[in-house]
Design a binder for this molecule. Structure first.
Ligand SMILES: *Cc1c(COP(=O)(O)O)cnc(C)c1O
Length: 378
């Protein structure tokens, strides 16, 4: 990326490695559905979906929105695409025309779809409420929805899903066990009434790793395919359960040095004068800021990598700029590559490290990298 200030690099071989790890984990008969919502967790939806489809390691792709599904179709992808989020009633027609599969949990959505009389039947997945209390319906509504779908020749009841509330947060499996037993009980009642569906799925990355009983017919894999662990607890459980399962981070985030300056001891750096040098210092100005997704909470906290060494961020992160202290790094010059996330030489800044700096999780760190920054597949 010679012509860019700031960019994201995607490691194709790491992504393929991770997909193969999950294929080995779930075996040959479970469909693998990489979840590429939120611009593929900030990695670049177009790039990630393209690699996943071409490698033939993905059976389906999961998206959040209609727009994401349409973008993938426009890209020429023919894989089954399941929309996990909400589609406004007025736009269901577009979803049907693009052949998107939909997650449903409102009678209004299902009735609107039926009234559209789509030429190709629309495949629907009913989301069951098992205790997360987000999207999802209880047994009574599920039965009504399933009956309605089964009677409508424009609709197909393809699946039942649910989502765990705390599978990544804890080593205590009580609540996931409870959710799984509720799911199983609801499914048996539905099947008992002739309302079964072929594709049952409940596993996200953490469930797929720590709880093999959750694999069922399809696994919905987000964070793991990007080479990141859903949590420390999941990583530790995995080490014990399947020591061979190794994940490789797919994303690096880079910028370059825009200016170098020497300042005397006692100089302030940046807005608010929140940092003051304690010695004569050499500073590198970096063309990256919170607009790019480099969180303002990284002010006076983060490190970046320059010439294989750690350089602390001094002063506040601005909208488009920040400043690193390179006093102890010799030979730094303008346009030197700077690593914000990823590896350089023997040093490494992980998404977990950045998450700890700003008080969040690795999911948020990567998914909030500005989608306008170029994604470069390497
Ligand atoms: C985002 C999402 C996933 C993926 O979760 P990970 O923890 O990233 O694997 C799975 N299922 C649903 C419904 C989701 O919204």
């Amino acid at each position: 990326m010679k012509q860019q200030n700031t960019w994201v690099e995607i490691d194709r071989s790491a992504l393929i490695h991770n997909l193969k790890m999950f294929r080995r984990l779930v075996g040959p008969d479970v469909r693998l559905m990489p979840v590429v919502k939120a611009n593929a967790y900030g990695h670049g939806m177009r790039e990630i979906a393209g690699i996943a489809a071409k490698s033939k390691l993905a059976d389906w792709l999961g998206v959040n929105s209609l727009e994401e599904g349409l973008a993938l179709r426009k890209q020429g992808l023919r894989l089954p695409l399941l929309v996990l989020g909400y589609v406004p009633l007025l736009r269901l027609k577009e979803a049907a025309q693009a052949g998107l599969r939909l997650t449903v949990y409102n009678p209004e959505t299902v009735r609107t779809l039926a009234r559209l009389k789509p030429t190709r039947p629309v495949a629907l997945h009913i989301k069951l409420e098992t205790g997360t209390n987000r999207q999802g319906v209880g047994l009574e509504v599920a039965v009504a929805l399933a009956r309605f779908i089964k009677r409508c020749r424009h609709l197909v009841l393809e699946g039942y899903s649910t989502h765990f509330a705390n599978i990544e947060d804890t080593l205590d499996r009580t609540y996931p066990q409870y959710q799984m037993s509720r799911y199983q009980a609801m499914l048996e009642k539905l099947e008992g009434q002739g309302l079964g569906a072929p594709v049952t799925h409940i596993a996200c990355t953490a469930a797929a790793i720590v709880f093999p009983q959750t694999h069922r017919r399809l696994v919905r894999l987000g964070i793991g395919i990007y080479g990141l662990w859903p949590s420390r607890e999941t990583m530790l459980s995995s080490r014990a359960l399947h020591p061979w399962l190794e994940l490789r981070p797919v994303l690096s985030w880079k910028t370059r040095v825009a200016q170098i300056k020497e300042v005397p001891a006692g100089s302030f750096v940046g807005y608010g004068c929140t940092y003051r040098t304690t010695r004569r210092s050499k500073l590198a100005v970096l063309p990256i800021g919170y607009y790019d997704g480099y969180d303002r909470k990284l002010s006076n906290t983060a490190h970046v990598l320059i010439r294989g060494r750690r350089a602390p961020i001094r002063g506040r992160v601005c909208m488009n700029l920040c400043v690193a202290d390179v006093s102890d790094i010799s030979g730094v010059k303008i346009e030197d590559e700077v690593v914000l996330l990823g590896r350089q030489g023997k040093e490494h800044i992980s998404a977990e490290q950045m998450a700890a700096w700003i008080g969040t999780i690795n999911y948020e760190v990567v998914s909030r990298i500005n989608p306008l920054l170029p994604r470069l597949v390497v």
